[in-house]
Design a protein around this ligand. Structure first.
Ligand code: CTP
Length: 402
């Protein structure tokens, strides 16, 4: 699938904040994704980044003057908005926000913003007192009520040495918002499809401090959730404990035990597809202790196990809400394809993604899988988990297009 950002055109308005230097990295990252960028550099912005740096990275002319003879002969402030798909103001200073809220058009940036007929996105940055000032907050409210998208500032140490809210959002967070904007305005192949993904390990308590877990990192499931979201799906990610960041745009429901994962997965139904990637514990401790087991008092504890619900099997055999497509994973250390085929029949799902976990798959960044369906088995090459996710998401897209 083509990158959602490829061939998109963005007009970047660089305001006068110390964080303007981050724009250079932002431009590079966007260019790598195939975005065409035109930039307006305000007088303030020019104090922090040079026109030459901006034009070298955008590979375009930088616009600075409202009354430039050449640009205004072409009505630069009108044309710049018409030629682009999105206008991003980063950094958006308190002054720029105030002028935008008031409709002031005293320079090229503000005149272009006033004349804009495209979505405007602002990434504010300023001292935390300026940010918290009722004037700024009122301006922000006005701008948002008028439909502007905010990439909120982050907390932390500010350039002025004070702590607080006011740091420019990090480049990946700005890019995520840009992606979300283009995704929401495009008709994507999985738009309107609700997909459930389970991911990560489960933890089964022994006592208040100890639990049984497994080596699953959750990476493969999170990558699948992201790949499906990027194709337009409405994704619910029911996740066991992981250290991973929630993929942008994905609804994440945190659970700890297999029984909680079962309950939250059923809660998410009805869905069009369910992808069970979680490494669910097969058993839980029958009577976990309320108190910490003491070595001297308990001796070596004998743990009594009960079987956990099988989420994949339960969803595959749903009477009322069986998703059209149910996909399971099979982590195997031997006879990978044969065991997976047997698992497909036993669980009643439609596809099984079988992986050989004899290498560094659990916790690693790569995976080698086989896709088993009723039509046969495909052997996929050894690839990054993100690439496995993309290929699987493409298969799911094809399935729903048929
Ligand atoms: N699975 C599940 N609920 C469980 C156990 C497994 O949803 N209680 C799902 C996993 O998410 C995965 C698939 O079933 O999609 C296979 O998991 P796996 O642990 O390989 O299978 P098991 O049923 O545990 O079979 P075995 O012990 O024979 O390997």
């Amino acid at each position: 699938m083509a990158d959602i950002l490829e061939n998109k055109k963005i007009l970047l308005v660089i305001g006068g904040g110390i964080a303007a230097y981050k724009c250079l990295d932002l431009i590079r990252r966007l260019k790598e994704r195939g975005v065409g960028i035109q930039a307006i550099l305000t007088k303030g912005g020019e104090q922090f980044v040079t026109p030459l740096a901006v034009s070298s990275l955008t590979e375009n002319k930088v616009y600075q003057d409202l009354f430039s003879l050449t640009d205004e002969a072409e009505m630069g402030h009108i044309r710049l908005s018409r030629e682009n798909d999105l206008i991003l103001v980063a950094p958006a200073t308190a002054d720029l926000m105030a002028k935008m809220a008031m409709g002031i058009a005293d320079n090229l940036a503000t005149a272009t913003l006033l004349a804009a007929n495209k979505q405007i996105m602002i990434a504010p940055t300023m001292n935390s007192q300026m940010w918290g000032n009722p004037a700024t907050q009122a301006n922000l409210k006005t701008l948002k009520e008028r439909g502007m998208i905010e990439v909120p500032p982050a907390d932390g140490e500010l350039a002025c040495g004070e702590e607080g809210t006011g740091r420019l959002a990090e480049v990946p967070d700005i890019i995520a918002q840009i992606e979300a904007f283009f995704l929401s305005s495009e008709d994507l192949p999985l738009s309107g499809k609700h997909i459930l993904v389970t991911a990560g390990p489960t933890h089964e308590n022994i006592d208040p401090v100890r639990y049984i877990a497994n080596h699953s990192s959750g990476k493969q499931g999170y990558e699948i959730a992201r790949a499906l979201y990027l194709r337009g799906a409405d994704v619910t990610l029911v996740s066991g404990p992981t250290n991973l960041k929630t993929p942008d745009g994905v609804r994440r429901v945190n659970v700890t035990s297999a029984r909680e994962m079962m309950a939250e997965s059923e809660n998410a139904l009805p869905v069009n597809a369910a992808i069970c990637v979680a490494a669910v514990a097969d058993w839980h401790i029958k009577n976990p202790s309320d108190q910490k087991l003491k070595k001297n008092k308990t001796g070596t504890p004998a743990l009594d196990f009960s079987e956990n619900p099988d989420i994949l099997k339960t969803i595959s055999n749903q009477a009322d809400h069986r998703p059209k497509l149910v996909v399971g994973f099979a982590a195997e250390s031997e006879n990978v394809v044969d065991y997976a085929r047997e698992k497909l029949d036993r669980k009643g799902c439609d596809w099984i993604v079988a992986n050989d976990i004899s290498g560094d798959v659990m916790g690693g960044d790569h995976n080698q899988v086989h896709l088993i369906t009723n039509d046969g088995a495909e052997d996929w090459p050894h690839m990054a988990k993100a690439a496995v996710a993309d290929k699987l998401a493409d298969k799911i897209t094809e399935y729903f297009e048929d």
